[in-house]
Design a protein around this ligand. Sequence first.
Ligand SMILES: *Cc1c(COP(=O)(O)O)cnc(C)c1O
Length: 375
Amino acid sequence: MLKQYLLTPGPTPIPPQVALKEALPIIHHRTDEFSAIYKDISEDLKYIFQTKNNIYTVACSGTGVMEMAVVNLLSPNDEILVASCGNFGDRWIKISQAYGVKIVSISVEWGKTVDPLQVQKALKENTNIKAVFTTLVETSTGVVNDIKSIGKIVSATNAIFAVDAISGLVGQEFKTDLWKADVVICTSQKGFMLAPGLAFITLSDKAWKLVESSKIPKFYFDIKKYKNLTNATPFTPPVTLIVSLQEAIKLIKEKRIENIWNDCRVLAKAARAGMQALGLKLFAEVPCDVLTSAIVPENIGEKIVKTLRKKYGVSIAGGHGDWKDKIVRFSHMGYICKADLLVGFSCLEMVLSELGLSIEKGKSVAAVEEELLKD
Ligand SMILES: *Cc1c(COP(=O)(O)O)cnc(C)c1O
């Protein structure tokens, strides 16, 4: 009976219009009807990614499409640069290692961002680097990286630039072509407001050249199988998810992407004000617009998350790795609105109070309201 509020950085809430599409009778995927839908979403995804290049839709989670990027671009013993500032950046390292790729890594302290000048330095010192991998929004810490500056640096070299935009895309301003990202990946369960299970990848001409020389074995994830088809996928696609994606894209297009970026900025400002009003220090050095992370007193992170969910039906996230119990992460990407933010902060305030922190009731909600009213 407890009403659920999903304020986690994936999965995110699904708008009712989108969820209803998932309930429709399934159609066959080798039909004109499905091809028309697939053609439609493939065109519209270009607008959301801000690219002129094709977007390929694949059935897998985010990690799957990260692996797809690695296996299609590289060969064993190739050298790559990974600029990581958290758990998801580190995942590029783990995947590449599994395929025998040599890694030069820039590992930034969690909570901080990748310094573009460090990328420049690493590229100068290691002239064989084939590709640079990084993350738009590092969801494990809540920072946003300066993709535009890194893109400018990488584009002046022979290396290609691959960006994990999984949690950032849609909510956080991002321009694939203008910012010179050669490979961009995303999934359905974050800013796209869909159930998990769909992933997207786009490649520039420069990246396709690398695909031609890649020697890592692959089959399901062989991107050439996707490239050679028009308005169809090589294997059975998650038809229902693609049908509901069409509806989610309709909502995004109606609102326009610039307005969504702006809404997320407003929510992020309010969430940061709310955290600070609770006496919590913000974790991210350069905070993103799609989630807000804050440091909580030692060892109560998980207790906060569990109590909020159990008692009030409000789901937020704790930390990853060493920060598991030390931070909380409050998402405001996708179908999360001003009213949800107020519910979240009001309940968070009560839980912190119940856990023994000295909290002035209503203070964070007032701070959130203050920011929201400026919009
Ligand atoms: C959520 C997320 C992933 C995805 O991983 P899954 O395999 O879908 O669990 C990858 N990178 C980032 C930055 C993410 O936020």
